[in-house]
Unconditional design. Sequence first.
Length: 340
Amino acid sequence: MKILVTGGTGFVGSHTARALLAAGHHVRLLVRSPEKARRVFEALGMERPECARGDVTDAGSIETALSGCDGVFHAAALVALDAGRARAVERTNYAGTRNVIGLAHGRGLEHIVHVSSTAALFDPQEGTIGPDSEPTALAGSVYSRSKARTEIWIRALQRRGAAVSVSYPGGVLGPNAPTVTDVHQALLLQLRMLLLTEGGANFVDVRDLAAIHAALFARSPEAERWIVGGPFIAWADLADLLEDLTGRRIPRVRAPGGLLRTLGRVGDVVKRVVPFGFPLTYEAMVTATRWPGVDSTRTRIELGVGFRDLRGTLEDTLRWLWTERHLTTAQAGRLARPAG
């Protein structure tokens, strides 16, 4: 099968492209920069796949890139919470998805896979997140609004008979990222100090996520939703695991969830005047303190792809961060040496 991949120079997209190639598919990347694609895939130890120059916001370039393709894997997205980037976020995440998925469906392509996020389904008033959870726009950030709006459009398309499969990953970790992602950045902060509060997180290894995406292209095309949350871990247990892996003590600060959520509201106000990179937002604090966990049972059973142990994922991730000098030798501790 010939598959057009968007977001192929990103973390999830590049690993999925590699998994699709390993499964015997032909991959064409929709990219703004073929040179960047070359660097990304060389870092993965492989030649750059075929490239079509274009952008998800440009319908003409998508039409050209779709020529001769049998399927589409859509992972391109812009993650930004800054209100000043609202227009760019909306154009990429909502309008871009309508371009890619809509044009692919219009051409009669049956195999269409779209990457969303478990965060798009998170409602602190509801329980465990599953494939039937409804899209929400927690706290109204520009990013969550764009993802929720996209979800509503995708589900309407599915109800009209479009065989679009949607994956909902949790926090994606793993080695060999083209750039340090927000989840990697959060891990780097937690190695310096970990807030102990209620809640926790689901993490999925990017290699497992890529294998699941490849498995979706081996199925008969249907309108389906797949939760890919990976293992859940409480914050205190994550601190214990990071200390065990690195052999060093990580400072811990206990903070009630209510206090963190209040600080998040303050952070939202301050960010309107003085933008800063630290993820102190109400949305982030609600997610951190009230995350209910996800149910990936159907994904694991029906697709036959398991989730590797979080310990191994964290070990590989931390070694890679140290190798790429995003992590100091002191912070990496006993992991500050090549694997093996």
